[in-house]
Design a protein around this ligand. Sequence first.
Ligand SMILES: Nc1ncnc2c1ncn2[C@@H]1O[C@H](COP(=O)(O)OP(=O)(O)OP(=O)(O)O)[C@@H](O)[C@H]1O
Length: 246
Amino acid sequence: MALLELDDVSKAFGSLKAVDGVSFKVEAGEIFGIAGPNGSGKSTLFNIITGIPFGPDRGHIRFDGTAINGKSGHAIARLGLARTFQRETSFDGLTVFENALIGASYGRKEKGAAAAAREAAAEALEFVGLGSVSFGRLAGELSVFERKCLMLATAIAMQPRMLLLDEPASSLTKPEIETSIGLIRRTAERGITILLIEHVLTFLMSLSQHLLVLNNGRVLAAGEPASVIADQRVIEAYLGTRRAVA
Ligand SMILES: Nc1ncnc2c1ncn2[C@@H]1O[C@H](COP(=O)(O)OP(=O)(O)OP(=O)(O)O)[C@@H](O)[C@H]1O
């Protein structure tokens, strides 16, 4: 059984069909990439999967067999589905550690939860390379790359089964993108299934086992990444020219 399954999912804003009859499955343990031109519906798709800030108008979404469409964002997160955002989001007036602790504390109610949350926050920050600045820096003082790492750490500290990453490479330099690729690969090696939206095609190609391309809210092509980017419809709609693929 797939970990995440979308069946004929749609979301409209007035007459604009932002996501239009999208179906796909993500298997446990894989990195599944989603590409598409600006405005093709990628972020809306993440919004309706996570219920933040809204669910789909129609269609079915199942996470590990449980129907999640119509559930609140909190309920979906508690099932083990975490996300990051396209823009770096953090509580800028709190320390790096306090930010990660918010993620780590989420939904924990067991005995010793506070200590376990602190341990999870510290481990996640160490994992993304922010261990040394946990207490000495406010989130608002971090660079764009560090803020993206903090978002990732906060999500990992929630100990999710699946992580939705919205354009993790945007605004990063080439060396930062390389570091980010390694980090996402190692996140998957922790057993976290990853659904990844990205514009940077090389980023998607080097990470994804499956690739899906959206255009005008619909699935244009899906499957093994090399064959998807060689698809003439994808080249025309998303990349513009054959040269852009190389
Ligand atoms: N809350 C909203 N209200 C109205 N229209 C919206 C809303 N959110 C998205 N849209 C529209 O839905 C379409 C899909 O937007 P979406 O942000 O999902 O695309 P995207 O593929 O993520 O684009 P980008 O790569 O530029 O982030 C766009 O036309 C956008 O303007």
